[in-house]
Design a protein. Sequence first.
Length: 156
Amino acid sequence: MEKIKKPLSFILAVLFIAMLAFFVKEYVLVSDKDRISRTLKLAENCIEKKDHTGFMGQISSKYIDEYGHTWATLYFLSKNILGSYDDINVSLSQVTIEISGEEKEKKATVRFLAEINAKSLSGDKFADMGRFSVEMKKEGTAWKVTWFGGNDYSFY
C-alpha cells in the first residue's frame, strides 16, 4: 500500500503544479491587448451563436452611443436582430488597439474591419462590410464596450 501512495502523491503534485501553471498563464499573465482581443472574440462568437445574453455580457452598463442607445435598449435591439437570422457569420480583421490612461482609468479605442454574412429566417442572404470603432473601459479585470460606431471608408 505504501508503494502505491508515493507514486500517486507524486502524480497528484505534478498535476496540481501543471494546473496552477496553466491558470497563471491563462488568467494572470495576460496583457490588456490580449484581454481586449478575447472580449472581441467572445462577442463575435456570441453573435454567431445568436446568444444575445452572452453578447451583452461584453457591454458596459454605462454604454451609450450616438443614437442614444443604452445598455437596456441595446439588449432588446440585439435580441430582436439576432432572432431575425437563421445563420450569422462574423469576421473581424485589421484590428488595431490603442490603450491609454492609468490603471484605474484605462480606456481603449479599437478599430477594425467587420464582414458579416447572414441568412434570414425566410432564407434571404445578407452580406455587409464596414469599418468600425469601439471604445472600451477596464472594469475590474474585464474590458467592456462603452461605445460603438462606424468609421468613414477610406480608399487611399
